[in-house]
Ligand binder design. Structure first.
Ligand code: ADP
Length: 544
């Protein structure tokens, strides 16, 4: 009988502990910084970060935090937030990032549903917790972090720096299993209650490796990262974990960062990597055009969360020499699913065709399986025409929502997650999101992609933002209504918008009517909030 062949490699657990310890040794001299309004950046080293994170783990133990307990944050992006990001999961607890832009009702629901034990809250957002303090009985302790230099510590709360100064560092990390929970995020909950997603060490470990892959974002030690995506939005797209893994220089946005602050930091610090949702980049484009910042140090802007208009990607290339990389993902996917990188054989394609590819959401990163399935449950071909719901599976895709039996219908019988996004996939494997299922417009039996129409409208030189929604129509059932925000100080006629679209869209997809609004309402993570627009225009009387 021959000797056993299988399973002769170590079953080394894929946990954050490995990344942290490696980074502590290899990158001790590298810098982590936080923007402090009105002051120079606060800076310290990875060695400081590691030392403080170990003391924070000691503090968590003193606070009685045990394995599996939920350690929540309600905070802006900062080095302190990063310390909690690491100390909680490394000590076996579960990081729960709370979104301070949610309503008091949703916040209360989420804290209770997750059964948070302790909350690390920035002074400026603490009033949200004070208002619901008597409705969150599982919370034993709130620790206040001073997010501005002169912040007052409210309600006699213990203060982070004071507690940390006294805490004894944890001398040894506990042995973790790679399937242990690392953190949790709740989706913003466009319908019903927000749903909890629980990440494992293994999932985040593998997701970090994927972020560093050359054909993905190539996140590396060379990068200077500016963290603009809120750390409560899908773990800031996991970059604070990948950043420490690679030993990149990291700058945290601090409280209330504005487009001008972003441009100033990018220019001064030669930022190479900065992600954000399209609405942020639309504002930055305006500013850079007006004030002439040099943002050409940026080698990669992962842009996603909602569709990035092609005109935006093109403008950043041509005007600012900063490369946008369109990406698609969701909280449920840790979050990355696809990235729009050109393949080598596309490099000699006509410019127009290249931008058409880069405006799509891209192809699946290694580790993510992806298919599109129609309403009858039939998988659709990758022909660039057949539409279906995207279904995914992979090691950083959730298997089940946390404690939510009602959401079981989001998973198929054969083990895929139903994303609720509708897309076509071209023969090269690039997905193009048509809509979220609920945003699709069905006009006279034809589907109209609101994303397509609004992305095109945003290519009009007089338009700042545009969102397209379905309004009821007696003959066609639904018709698209374009809600358009002109650039400041500019007037534009509805007819100009429709004329601009005429050679780009099928006749039936042209919006019959355009309304001008002051701003497109935004969700708590800065995306267009079409729910609010639909509500505002629900009694719209079509003219034709
Ligand atoms: P929320 O549900 O609160 O918006 P997520 O950030 O998890 O939180 O949202 C994920 C959703 O965002 C996806 O299901 C998809 O509808 C949308 N999305 C993400 N990236 C893109 C993109 N590049 N283009 C179009 N839609 C996107």
């Amino acid at each position: 009988m021959s000797a056993p062949l299988n399973d002769l490699m170590m079953n080394y657990p894929l946990t954050l502990t490995h990344f942290f310890e490696r980074s502590r040794r290899l990158f001790a001299k590298k810098t982590i910084a936080t923007r402090v309004p009105g002051r120079p950046l606060f800076r310290y080293t990875y060695a400081d970060f590691a030392e403080r994170t170990m003391r924070l783990a000691g503090l968590l133990r003193e606070l009685g935090i045990k394995k599996g307990d939920r350690v929540a944050t309600l905070a802006w992006n900062s080095h302190r937030h990063l310390e909690v990001y690491w100390a909680a999961p490394l000590s076996g607890a579960v990081l729960h990032t709370l979104n301070f832009r949610l309503s008091a009702q949703d916040l209360t629901y989420i804290i209770n549903h997750a059964e948070d034990s302790v909350i690390f809250a920035d002074a400026s957002v603490y009033p949200m917790l004070a208002a619901i303090r008597d409705k969150i009985p599982t919370v034993k302790q709130i620790v206040c972090m001073k997010d501005t230099v002169d912040a007052a510590v409210p309600d006699g709360l213990p203060e982070y720096e004071a507690l940390l100064a006294r805490a004894a560092p944890l001398d040894r990390w506990p042995q973790l299993d790679e399937t242990d929970a690392l953190g949790m995020c709740y989706t913003s909950g466009t319908t019903g209650h927000p749903k909890g997603v629980v990440y494992t060490h293994r999932g985040i470990f593998l997701h970090c490796m994927a972020q560093a892959a050359a054909d993905t974002m190539a996140l590396s030690e060379n990068d200077v990262i500016l963290h603009v995506v809120p750390m409560f939005h899908a773990n800031a797209w996991c970059v604070p974990y990948g950043g420490v893994m690679t030993g990149a220089t990291q700058i945290f946005a601090g409280p209330n960062i504005q487009p001008k602050d972003i441009c100033e930091i990018v220019q001064a610090e030669k930022v190479s990597f900065v992600g954000a949702v399209p609405t942020v980049w639309i504002a930055i484009k305006e500013l850079v055009e007006k004030d002439g910042f040099d943002i050409s140090s940026i080698r990669c802007i992962p842009i996603g969360g909602s569709a990035a208009p092609r005109s935006l990607i093109e403008a950043f290339d041509k005007k600012f020499n900063a490369t946008m990389m369109h990406a698609w993902g969701m909280t449920e996917m840790s979050p990355i699913g696809t990235l729009a990188r050109l393949k080598s054989y596309m490099r000699d394609w006509a410019e127009d065709d290249q931008y058409a590819v880069r405006a799509k959401q891209g192809y699946a990163v290694a580790g993510v399986d992806l298919r599109i399935v129609n309403d009858e449950g039939v998988e659709q071909p990758w022909d660039g025409k057949s539409m279906g719901e995207i279904q995914v599976r992979g090691p950083w895709v959730l298997k089940s929502y946390y404690n939510n039996a009602a959401a079981a219908d989001r998973f198929t019988g054969d083990g895929w997650f139903r994303t609720g996004d509708v897309a076509v996939i071209d023969p090269d494997g690039y997905i193009q999101i048509t809509d979220r299922t609920k945003d699709l417009i069905k006009s006279g039996g034809e589907w109209i992609s609101s994303i397509d129409v609004e992305s095109m409208i945003m290519g009009h030189p007089k338009v700042l933002e545009a969102a397209v929604i379905a309004v009821p129509h007696p003959k066609w059932v639904e018709r698209p209504l374009a809600c358009v925000v002109p650039k400041p100080g500019v007037t534009v006629e509805a007819a100009e918008i429709v004329d601009f679209l005429r050679d780009k869209l099928a006749r039936w997809a042209l919006p019959d009517e355009v309304v001008f609004i002051d701003a497109v309402p935004k969700t708590s993570v800065g995306k267009f909030d079409k729910k609010v627009l639909r509500e505002r225009f629900k009694n719209w009387q079509p003219k034709s």
